[in-house]
Design a protein around this ligand. Structure first.
Ligand SMILES: [Zn+2]
Length: 153
């Protein structure tokens, strides 16, 4: 039998499969904690690709955001810390548009300045691209893989 890691008193961060209410809860938390509750709630949804892990899109006309959408990949399990960092990353894009900063580059000076601040002050881990190497991927189950796994059982 394999040796198990010693259990410590600190609760291990467990990655879980997200639901839509999880996205809204995390959005509300980050908005309150990191953006002073200033951002209106955009549409939140899942996207089914592995890369990128998150995206922000908005319809923008005459300095007014007509609609905004944050999408998070449903191909991974996330710990709270991973989702918090990912959500805040997308919210910085939103924040810049919302405040009419109109960044030329999506991860330009304005983005990096805020990201760096969030990382230092709140212990987040925001980067231009989200590192998925330590994330647990959710395997898509095909009809045939389910069929075979049942046969083996
Ligand atoms: Zn980005």
């Amino acid at each position: 039998m394999k040796h198990r890691q010693k259990t410590t008193k600190t609760k291990a961060a467990t990655a879980k499969v997200l639901t839509l209410p999880d996205l809204y809860d995390m959005y509300d938390e980050c908005n309150f904690r990191f953006f002073g509750g200033t951002l209106p709630c955009p549409q939140l949804d899942f996207m089914h690709k592995k890369d990128p892990v998150g995206s922000f899109t908005c319809d923008y006309y005459n300095d007014v955001i007509l609609s905004a959408c944050i999408m998070i990949s449903d191909r991974y399990k996330y710990t709270d810390a991973q989702l918090r960092t990912l959500m805040t990353h997308e919210m910085i894009h939103y924040f810049l548009y919302y405040n009419n900063v109109n960044p030329t580059w999506s991860h330009g000076k304005e983005f990096r300045t805020i990201a760096k601040y969030m990382n230092v002050v709140y212990g987040l881990n925001i980067d231009k691209y989200t590192d998925t190497s330590n994330m647990e991927m959710i395997q898509k189950e095909s009809f045939f893989s389910r069929l075979f796994s049942k046969r083996k059982a």
